[in-house]
Design a protein around this ligand. Structure first.
Ligand SMILES: Cc1ncc(COP(=O)(O)O)c(C=O)c1O
Length: 380
């Protein structure tokens, strides 16, 4: 039976200013990539977060693929990645012929465990890719030291981590490269969209060429060369400027969006606290070095076997809650090529996480309804 959904999982926050921005870009003739709005968005990130160089991309997936090219990843290289992540974190490096080596998460936070990563470093290791899950920072001092000690490229998959910080420093500023997502489930959106942050100055020129089909067109546009031509291996990673116009309208409202999203996050947290105190669920752990940015809300169920039943019952109550990720080390793609292995913390998170509806405009009374329903179902 199809249940009528009262509370969807996500409702993209879009207002008239985004639509007007698209019109303005289109009527002003700013349609192709690397136009006025692309530069405005990049400037926003560079000024607000102090990123030295940013490039808008069509997705975080594309920004990760650019990172693999920039890190010079190729056959014979190993790249250490989390298994508890979205496919693109690993796939971008497999596309270049590398072997991905999956590492486990911390026991209490679904972020990579630096000790487990260290254990997996070999002479073939070229890079570490980490994910700040739910926008909650990874222990960056440990990862920075590890990368320096072993001369590895550190890449932050900051898909969830817009406007989040480690010891006061913005996420996305620690790795030589970092990537953000503007997919419709993220804090700031453009439908599909992403950003590459290039913190290593020696990689900036090459990044611009990879971005623009392997050419030096960006330099040509700035008047630095008389013509442009094929200089590098690259692709078309830049979004149309009409999408950048949409994104820029969102960025201008980011203070409002962030306030709303953080309110929703903390409202869930406070209302579900009694269930944590009763030992029924685990709430997200926020280390003292990290911040909450309100990308999404999750909790873990201690009685793992009840997770799927809980999701089903929530659906019956009109609440669209979901789970993710299916561990990549157990995916059909990986298992067809490599022996099965065990990553116990990853597997436990994958089996126990529940993500609740989350969007700007989710009302206090809806959050109360969702939390009361969870409480009733778990205490039944
Ligand atoms: C951790 C992580 N990395 C990368 C991606 C890919 O982002 P995009 O959809 O912008 O390509 C996602 C998508 O949600 C993600 O969760």
């Amino acid at each position: 039976m199809h249940e009528k959904v009262k509370v969807p999982f996500n409702k993209p926050y879009v207002g008239p200013s985004e639509v007007l921005a698209i019109l303005r870009a289109a009527l002003g003739g700013s349609l192709a990539g690397n136009g006025r709005y692309t530069r405005l968005c990049q400037q926003y990130f560079e000024e607000k977060f102090g990123f030295p160089k940013t490039l808008l991309t069509t997705s975080c997936t594309d920004a990760l693929e650019m990172s693999a090219l920039l890190a010079d990843i190729g056959p014979g290289d190993e790249v250490i990645v989390p298994s508890y992540t979205f496919v693109s974190t690993a796939n971008a490096f497999v596309l270049r012929g590398a072997r991905v080596i999956f590492a486990d998460t911390l026991p209490d936070i679904p972020n990579l465990d630096p000790a487990d990563v260290q254990r997996r470093i070999t002479p073939r290791t070229k890079a570490i890719v980490l994910v700040h899950y739910c926008g909650i920072a990874c222990p960056m001092d440990e990862f920075t030291q590890l990368a320096q000690k072993h001369n590895l490229v550190l890449i932050e998959d900051a898909a969830h981590a817009f406007d989040s910080y480690y010891k006061g420093k913005p996420l996305g500023s620690f790795g030589q490269l970092a990537t953000f997502s503007f997919h419709e489930t993220k804090n700031i959106i453009s439908g599909e969209g992403g950003l590459l942050v290039v913190n290593d100055p020696s990689k900036v020129k090459k990044a611009e060429m990879i971005w623009e089909k392997g050419t030096n067109r960006a330099a040509f546009q700035r008047g630095e060369t008389d013509t442009y031509t094929w200089m590098e291996e690259g692709s078309s990673y830049l979004p149309a400027d009409i999408l950048a116009a949409f994104l820029f309208a969102q960025l201008k409202k980011s203070a409002f969006i962030q306030k709303q999203r953080k309110n929703v996050w903390w409202s869930y947290y406070e209302k579900l606290k009694p269930l944590e105190e009763k030992g029924l669920i685990g709430l997200p752990q926020i280390p003292s070095y990290a911040t909450v940015n309100g990308n999404f809300f999750y909790f873990t169920l201690h009685e793992v076997s009840r997770r799927n039943e809980l999701l089903h019952q929530l659906k019956k109550a009109g609440i669209h809650a979901v789970f993710h990720y299916l561990p990549l080390h157990q995916s059909p793609y990986y298992l067809q090529r490599h022996a099965a292995e065990s990553l116990p913390h990853t597997e436990r998170f994958a089996a126990s996480i529940v993500r609740l509806p989350f969007y700007v405009g989710l009302k206090e009374k809806q959050i109360r309804y969702i939390c009361n329903t969870v409480k009733n179902l778990l205490q039944a």
